[in-house]
Design a binder for this molecule. Structure first.
Ligand SMILES: Nc1ncnc2c1ncn2[C@@H]1O[C@H](COP(=O)(O)OP(=O)(O)OP(=O)(O)O)[C@@H](O)[C@H]1O
Length: 607
């Protein structure tokens, strides 16, 4: 086999393909071209400061200014930045991925730049067919003015331009709109420049519309000096309405030096689902990176929306979201700590405000308190739970009841609440989100408090058996009515309990319920499935209808001589107990209730 001499080639880049890739897959919309231009202008000003220490002094007190002029077809943006020399134009502008912002020699300043990838300028090709950069470098006193003109077919030219075209150091980038493209309209450009750049530390004006518009407004609202705390609060409320679209319930200052983060967390004025996608506004070195960041605060903090500026978190290449790395995780924790501090401070200093906060966001706070014993201790007096003593705080409840029984589900709680209350047994409904975990955490805060899981035995223990004679006298009645409730898998017993006003109680534990669901599924299943379900049948205890012998109605029912009518009456008592337990009706229950109701009607109306 003959060997051929290897030849060296350079990759060819299909610019159209690349622009297509950027515009359809990297950036969410062509609108980002304004951000890329602003970013380059701001970076150029930052770089100029590094090479020209007298730059700021020459500007006196006013910030550097960046000017955008557009008539809808052509747009130019001029900055007084570091500019570019001829070799730099070849090296940086004509090389995709080439960036001066990674240079070793300006390592110290590198972290000050917004750009880093060397692809930003290409974003302009999503709206323009021609890009012209005219630049005079600030690095040499009499630098020549260079002009680089690039077309979207991938070709470019570099020429020298007359010195008068750029008398001062800096750069002008000019775009020629693609035919039919309206991204360069003055109003649109002003809107985008304001959206991305309102907090930038340079003055940015947009000309071409009815009047020139200054789109920047610095320093950021959280850093401005205000006449009084009230004036500050009002201004921040107005800012929240403007950028977030809601009047905040409260405003919390955020300051995480670790991640160079400063900003504000606004408390939502309405309840929100913990699973709702949060949307925070994140600025990177004062440029808006995204208004839909969802990974900036811990999940439990779903009651705030933040506006922040960071100088050190990393953006993704599209620069539309934050890179989810270790630094962001540490930042999330730090922001979480500041939100916790705010809640503890409110509890100590402003209980009325805390109550109005809780009336909206109690669920979020409960979620948070599960993992934070200090916060739980601080918040416990303010958090409400459903208990057999009504809606109350756990410390108050624990003072009146020992031990505290915890019903695991809403069903269980409803079944026993009435009778437990009458017996002086303290039960908390643990069926609502987070409540069971918080009740169980209680002994950690106060070791005096005992919490026990509610077992059915606790309640049935306070259902007193009848004396033997009375029990015997009811045998005939019980036999008749048990047969009537057999089809719904319910046993009937008679006990004495308080309150007298409750005629019957349906006691049902989870095992019995599961077995009934299985039996119902079996009844509805075809042969194959019916067989399988039957094979897992358990002999779990049945649900029990406990009739209260102290209740006058029950006494009268048990004395009815006609077994048919007694059966109908007990079916009605079952229906009432079932409804009181708030459990869903199975088809057999509905049929039974229907029948007993019709039978009663018939009995009342027959002559
Ligand atoms: N207005 C400007 N003034 C001076 N130099 C500029 C200007 N615009 C672009 N450049 C030079 O061109 C290089 C490439 O710019 P480009 O926007 O493509 O990438 P970048 O800003 O370095 O990085 P990124 O892709 O993250 O934006 C820059 O690194 C910078 O050196």
């Amino acid at each position: 086999m003959s060997e051929t001499t290897p030849t060296s080639h350079t990759f060819q880049v299909d610019l159209r393909g690349l622009v297509d890739l950027l515009s359809h897959h990297l950036y969410s919309s062509p609108r980002v071209y304004v951000r890329e231009l602003l970013q380059n202008a701001v970076d150029a000003v930052t770089a100029r400061r590094a090479v020209d220490p007298g730059f700021d002094a020459a500007l006196a007190d006013s910030p550097a200014s960046v000017r955008i002029v557009t008539d809808g077809k052509r747009l130019s943006i001029t900055d007084p930045g570091v500019g570019l020399t001829l070799p730099e134009v070849h090296k940086l502008l004509a090389t995709i991925g080439g960036s001066s912002k990674r240079d070793e020699e300006i390592e110290g300043a590198r972290r000050d730049f917004l750009g880093q990838f060397g692809i930003g300028l290409l974003a302009c090709f999503t709206v323009a067919s021609v890009i012209t950069v005219t630049s005079r470098s600030a690095k040499e006193p009499d630098a020549t003015v260079v002009r680089w003109t690039a077309r979207d077919d991938g070709s470019y030219t570099v020429t020298e331009a007359p010195a008068a075209e750029h008398p001062e150091p800096g750069t002008t980038v000019e775009l020629v709109a693609r035919p039919g493209e309206d991204w360069l309209r003055p109003e649109k450009v002003a809107g985008l420049a304001r959206e991305y750049g309102s907090l930038l530390p340079v003055d940015v004006t947009v000309e071409g519309g009815e009047a020139p518009v200054l789109v920047t407004d610095t320093p950021p609202p959280w850093e401005r000096a205000y006449q009084s705390p009230t004036a500050r609060r009002l201004a921040l409320n107005a800012y929240c309405e403007e950028v977030m679209g809601f009047p905040p319930l409260d405003v919390i200052d955020l300051d995480v030096p670790l991640a160079g983060i400063k900003g504000l967390a606004f408390v939502l004025p309405h309840a929100t689902s913990p699973s709702a996608r949060p949307a925070h506004r994140v600025h990177l070195k004062r440029m808006l990176l995204t208004d839909t960041a969802d990974n900036l605060v811990p999940e439990w903090a779903f009651f705030v929306r933040c506006v922040v500026d960071t100088d050190s978190l990393r953006p993704t290449a599209s620069r539309e979201s934050l890179y989810d790395d270790e630094a962001l995780a540490v930042t999330r924790d730090a922001i979480g700590a500041q939100l916790r501090e705010w809640i503890s401070r409110l509890a100590a200093e402003d209980p009325t405000r805390l109550e109005s906060f809780l009336s909206v966001h109690e669920l979020g706070v409960k979620a948070l308190a599960r993992h934070d014993a200090d916060l739980l201790a601080a918040m416990l007096p303010w958090l409400r739970f459903e208990t057999t003593a009504g809606s109350t705080s756990l410390p108050d409840f624990a003072r009146a009841y020992q031990p505290i029984y915890l019903a695991d589900t809403v069903d269980e709680y409803r079944q026993v609440a009435q009778i437990a209350a009458a017996q002086g047994i303290g039960v908390v409904n643990g069926g609502y989100t987070y409540d069971a975990e918080l009740v169980q955490a209680l002994p950690r805060i106060d070791p005096q408090v005992k919490v026990e899981t509610l077992q059915p035995g606790v309640i049935s223990a306070s259902l007193d058996p009848l004396d033997a004679e009375a029990e015997l006298a009811l045998q005939g009645f019980l036999n008749a009515v048990r047969a009537r409730l057999d089809p719904v898998d319910v046993d009937v017993v008679v006990r004495e309990f308080s309150p007298v006003s409750v005629p019957a109680l349906l006691l049902d534990d989870r095992e019995a319920r599961r077995e009934r669901h299985r039996a119902e599924a079996e009844a509805q299943a075809d042969d194959l499935w019916g067989g399988i379900l039957a094979s897992i049948k358990q002999h779990a205890p049945r649900a029990q209808l406990v009739l209260n012998h102290r209740n006058p109605t029950v006494r009268r029912v048990s004395a009815i001589g006609d077994p048919e009518l007694a059966g109908t009456a007990v079916e009605s008592l079952y229906g009432q107990a079932l409804l009181m337990s708030h459990r869903p009706l199975r088809s057999a229950d509905t049929a039974l209730l229907n029948r007993s109701f019709m039978n009663l009607l018939e009995h009342i109306t027959k002559d």
